[in-house]
Every structure is written in C-alpha cells, then in structure tokens.
Design a binder for this molecule. Structure first.
Ligand SMILES: *Cc1c(COP(=O)(O)O)cnc(C)c1O
Length: 427
C-alpha cells in the first residue's frame, strides 16, 4: 500500500459511517419492493455499506497493509467496491484468485493463501503468477513450498505459522491453534530460512480465527500478535507481519460494535518493534452488515411451545445457524413496532426452512411478532459467509442477490442449473 493510498484512505475516514448498522436501520419499504420485484429467498447487498466498512478499517489501520478476505463474499460488485476502496485481496483458492483478477486486482494486490492446495489450484495460480509476478503465495507446509518449486515458482512467499493461540465464537472457526493451519511455531524460523533459499520470503502470517469480540478474544489476539512479533524479530528482513482477520461483528441486537481503534492499538502494542509493516485481513467485518436475506412466510403453525413460521429460505441459503449455532437478528418487515400500536402480538416464534433437517431453523422460540402467512422476514448480518456457503442440498437452486438499487448481482439459479452437471440431467 503506497503512502499516497494511505493518505487517501485516512482522509475518507469521515465516510466510514456508523460503527454498526443494525437490521432495524434497513429501509423496510425498499426491501419489500425488492422482494416483490425479484422474489424470495433474496440476498440484498448494500455496496455503500461495504465502502463504509472499508473506510473504517482504513481509518483504524492507516499504516497497515489492508486485505479483504475474499471468501466472506466473492460477488463481483463487492470485489470491485473493495478494490476501489483500496484494500487488497486475500484469496483462499484458485477460484477466488480468478475472481479477484477478473474484478481488476492487479498482482501486487493479490495474496493467495494455500491450505492443502489441490494440484489444479496450484497449476492455475502459478500460471497466473507468470503474468502477475507481484502476486504473493502464503504457504502453511513444507510440502507446499516443494510443490511450488516443482512448478517453477520462485516468487513472493509468505509463511503461515500456527501460533498455538485461537480465538473465535465457535470451535469450528478457531484456526489459530488447529494443526491444520500453518507450520508449528517452533519450526517457523527454520521453514522461513529454507524458503529463502528458493523464494523471496516477504512475510509471516497467522490467523487466529473468526469473531474477535470481547476482552478475552482481544487478549488471545494480542497473544498471537506478540508471538508473531517475536518471530519477525527473529527471522529479520520481512515486508510485513500479517496477523489475519477475525474482527467480530455484533450479531445480536444488543451486542456492542467492535472498537476497531482499540483492536488496532492492542495489535500495534502487542506487535512491538518490528522492521516490517503490519498487515490485517478482515473478511466478515467488511461485508456482514452490508447484507440481509429476505424470506417469505408460507406456513404458520401454532404449537404448545412456539409458533412455527415456515419460510422459503433455509440452511441451503444461509448455513451459519445450522453449522455454527449462529444467532442472526430477524425482523418482520410487514409489522410495525408491535403493541402498543396494536399491529401484532408477540410470542415465541421458531423460524424454520424447507429442508429436511432438524437444524434447518433460523431461530427457536425467539420472542418475535407472531407472523402471518405472506409476511416478509429479513435476516440480518447475512452479508458474510451467507451466499458464499449457499448450496444445493435437497436440489434447491441457490437464491438471487440484488443490490439495494435493484441491480441483479447474482441471478437466481433454476432447478435445471442444479441438475445440469449430472449425467442425463441436461434435458
Ligand atoms: C477466513 C480468513 C480470514 C477472514 O476471517 P474473518 O473472520 O472473516 O475476518 C482471514 N485470513 C484467513 C487466512 C482466513 O482464512
């Protein structure tokens, strides 16, 4: 990141908007129009909010390399927005590198993090590297170094380290201590030295996991950063120390937003004096509150414990509740404030999708206005790891995604799209 870009980013800090954008802040009329025009289930993405989130990151980390972890949301419009906002792209697969190249990130802004990379991924990325030699590849195992060398790669390498510290809201998103990721901390200096014989080693990297939020997470983050600072001082001569992403977002209505400045202060303090730039790579933070998922109620079933609201979106559209027990705010867009304005009674409501899985619920017995058939529900903070994790289980086509302005960003899939790859499926 050039000094000029940093200045630009800092001067646009004023465009960073509020620290959090809640589900209640979305314009219900506009969302209802979009659902009427495009059908449900429907992802709605606000690119202005993506821009604001980038601006706040740039303001909090003006002197750091700032990279967007593309896997949180790979949509072309989001990538172009992030590119224009000055963040680089951190990619987890050849497919993501391809998307980032297509969205106009040039090689110097591309970072490919190779986790047990399949051969076709390495083949493709090395081929693209030949045209974009400024690209950096982050490796977490000696085998990956050897496999890159076998393919004639001798470019920029960053060594991913397992710092033995993890953070995150669920064990499935804690990566910092999982042996899957990175070379063991105690062997890192040796791997860096070995890599230097064959490549240009530009950085060391660690990612603690997702969801730094409370003090405890921040302490774990600071521990990780401190260990990385120590490593960097030991190995010398690096461009950057990348401490990963994992900046949390307030999924619950009463969660406080993350104080990015205090994360930045804690990070710099823990890193200590190193002769290298700091690098951060948030994914979730950039896109989470820039997206909602709209879904229509098609079934209302009173039961003794709860009113079950059957909706047309399910775990195939938004997997996080089923996979991580994640909480997402839910708002009925056809109901005003509820009593005392008399619009609707509230009570325990279970919002359940159409998939034949017990886990296919967005909430269980949550206190909400009792829905009626035809109501439109919005699920908040769906911008990160929402559409990206959508799948076709139960032969369900993936949903459409539109911008707040009504541009179709991703067309709704059809059942034919789902069956096409299958032998005899294309008819
Ligand atoms: C997923 C990931 C990130 C981003 O994590 P968030 O929680 O979305 O910020 C950053 N770096 C790496 C290597 C990742 O795998």
């Amino acid at each position: 990141m050039s000094a000029e870009q940093s200045d630009d980013a800092a001067s646009s800090a004023a465009d960073g908007g509020p620290a959090v954008r809640r589900l209640v802040d979305w314009d219900a009329d506009r969302l209802r129009e979009l659902a009427a025009d495009h059908g449900t289930p429907l992802y709605v993405t606000d690119l202005d909010r993506v821009r604001e989130n980038c601006a706040r990151i740039s303001a909090a980390f003006p002197d750091a390399d700032r990279r967007y972890a593309v896997k949180a949301h790979t949509g072309r419009a989001v990538l172009e927005t992030v590119r224009d906002a000055g963040l680089d792209a951190e990619c987890a697969s050849a497919g993501e590198v391809r998307r980032a190249l297509d969205a106009g990130f040039d090689g110097s802004r591309l970072h490919y993090t190779a986790v047990n990379p399949p051969a076709p991924d390495l083949n493709a990325v090395v081929e693209w590297w030949e045209e974009n030699p400024e690209m950096t590849i982050t490796v977490g195992a000696r085998d990956t170094l050897d496999r890159l060398a076998d393919r004639g790669f001798d470019g920029r390498v960053c060594v991913r380290v397992n710092p033995g510290v993890g953070a995150g809201h669920h064990e499935k998103v804690r990566t910092g201590a999982a042996p899957k990721f990175g070379v063991p901390y105690d062997r890192a200096a040796e791997v860096v030295a070995d890599a230097r014989d064959r490549f240009e080693v530009v950085g060391v990297h660690a990612h603690a996991g997702s969801g730094i939020h409370g003090e405890e997470d921040l302490d774990a983050h600071a521990d990780l950063v401190a260990r990385m600072g120590e490593l960097a001082r030991g190995v010398g001569e690096l461009e950057y120390v990348d401490v990963g992403g994992g900046f949390g977002v307030p999924y619950r209505e009463d969660d406080e937003p993350l104080d990015l400045d205090s994360v930045a202060d804690a990070t710099r303090g823990a890193l200590g004096d190193v002769d290298a730039r700091l690098a951060v790579e948030p994914g979730r933070y950039v896109v989470a509150d820039a997206g909602v998922l709209l879904s229509e109620v098609n079934t209302v079933k009173p039961t003794p414990e709860t009113t079950v609201a059957g909706v047309d979106a399910g775990m195939t559209d938004l997997l996080r509740p089923a996979m991580y027990d994640a909480y997402h705010a839910i708002r009925n867009l056809d109901v005003g404030g509820g009593p005392p304005d008399g619009s609707r009674e509230t009570g325990p409501v279970t919002v359940a999708g159409p998939i034949c899985e017990t886990g296919d619920t967005f909430c269980d017995g949550r206190h909400l206005p009792v829905p009626e058939r035809g109501d439109l529900l919005a699920v908040g903070n769906a911008g990160a790891y929402g559409y990206e994790m959508a799948m076709t289980y139960n032969s369900r086509p993936r949903p459409a995604e539109v911008s707040v302005d009504g541009d179709v960003l991703r067309a709704r899939e059809t059942i034919r799209d789902v069956t096409r790859p299958e032998r005899g499926g294309e008819r």
